[in-house]
Design a protein around this ligand. Structure first.
Ligand SMILES: Cc1cc2nc3c(=O)[nH]c(=O)nc-3n(C[C@H](O)[C@H](O)[C@H](O)COP(=O)(O)OP(=O)(O)OC[C@H]3O[C@@H](n4cnc5c(N)ncnc54)[C@H](O)[C@@H]3O)c2cc1C
Length: 298
């Protein structure tokens, strides 16, 4: 029996040949097979069947860091786990959240409950699972400083609870997930109640809206900043110095608002993105001798 037949038999539905364009914030032209998992039990079943069928797969959060391929050769899973918003009725020491909850939901709760520390999540389009995988953060800090525990399902279908701290993360990456691990739950702490949190979030969102192309089709920053003991080299500043802001290649454009963002103006593909990024990376290396590592997953 094939993998899809096994999934069907277990009551898990597959949407074959689905238009996935809107499943990534960059809106690249994309089709592929989608498997939506709605409970932890379904995640466990999926993992066991993927292992026994030796089936590779991709994990989609908000797709805010993943430009998708034109025709995916592996299925994508997307989590749609039940979430009871009552958890944000009051201030608690910790919040255990399904991995599919959006950071926008968390910042809005933080603003209302004045949860100190949660302002670091302001304006990042992400699911909380994707944010943990990427150690998402802003100039105000990273999600690493809020994490207490992560619940994950490994490739054998075992559920594990990992107690974590900041050293389990580094810049825009985690140091504990295996490629096939699926995070299903995240527990976050805060640093007390601070009446200023809502103002901090509002001000930071205003700043972001002015300095980043928040309404364009992008996948966030193209390149990670290059961090060494001596200094931080910001990719956007170097692209700007080269005068490349606004440069177009096919239907892609280096954002005129922030040089480290690549905008899809319509109907671009992952191949176009790869080609353009290769060119920009080459220019950066040639002019400044710095090898910037892509931040978006290409
Ligand atoms: C306009 C814009 C602004 C942005 N600004 C920022 C910013 O300020 N700071 C920042 O850090 N990022 C920023 N980003 C990038 C993006 O928001 C982050 O990388 C975010 O963490 C991606 O989360 P996601 O849910 O979309 O994950 P995806 O992009 O869908 O996936 C990212 C990675 O996480 C893995 N993953 C997702 N969910 C799970 C799960 N449940 N279990 C295991 N692995 C999983 C995927 O396999 C993939 O490898 C921005 C993006 C956009 C479009």
């Amino acid at each position: 029996m094939s993998f899809y037949e096994d999934l069907n038999k277990a009551g898990i539905q597959i949407e074959e040949g689905k238009d996935l364009t809107s499943f990534s914030t960059m809106r690249l032209r994309s089709t592929g097979d989608l498997i939506v998992l709605k409970s932890v039990e379904e995640i466990v079943t999926f993992q066991k069947l993927a292992k026994s069928n030796q089936q590779a797969f991709g994990i989609l959060g908000w797709g805010a860091n993943q430009p998708l391929p034109e025709r995916s050769t592996v299925p994508y899973i997307k989590l749609q786990l039940e979430f009871d918003k009552k958890i944000f009725d009051d201030v608690r020491d910790e919040y255990s959240l399904p991995a599919s909850v959006s950071l926008a939901t968390l910042t809005s709760a933080a603003s209302r409950l004045c949860l100190s520390g949660w302002e670091v999540l302001s304006g990042i389009p992400a699911s909380v699972g994707g944010a943990i995988a990427m150690n998402a953060g802003t100039a105000l800090g990273e999600i690493a400083k809020l994490v207490v525990r992560v619940g994950l399902c490994d490739e054998d279908g075992n559920l594990k609870s990992l107690e974590l701290c900041e050293k389990d993360f580094s810049y825009r990456r985690n140091n504990f997930l295996k490629k096939t691990d699926i995070i299903y739950q995240v527990t976050l702490k805060h640093y007390g109640v601070d009446k200023e949190v809502s103002t901090k979030i509002k001000n930071y969102l205003q700043y972001r809206n002015k300095t980043q192309p928040m309404n364009a089709w992008t996948c966030g920053c193209m390149f990670k900043n290059s961090v060494s003991e001596q200094k931080i080299c910001r990719a956007g500043e170097y692209i700007d110095i080269m005068g490349l802001k606004g440069l177009r290649f096919k239907n892609l454009r280096i954002s005129p608002v922030h040089a480290n963002f690549l905008e899809n103006l319509g109907d671009s593909t992952l191949e176009d993105v790869r080609e353009f990024i290769r060119f920009i990376r080459g220019q950066l290396k040639g002019q400044f001798g710095i090898e910037f590592e892509p931040e978006i997953k290409i």
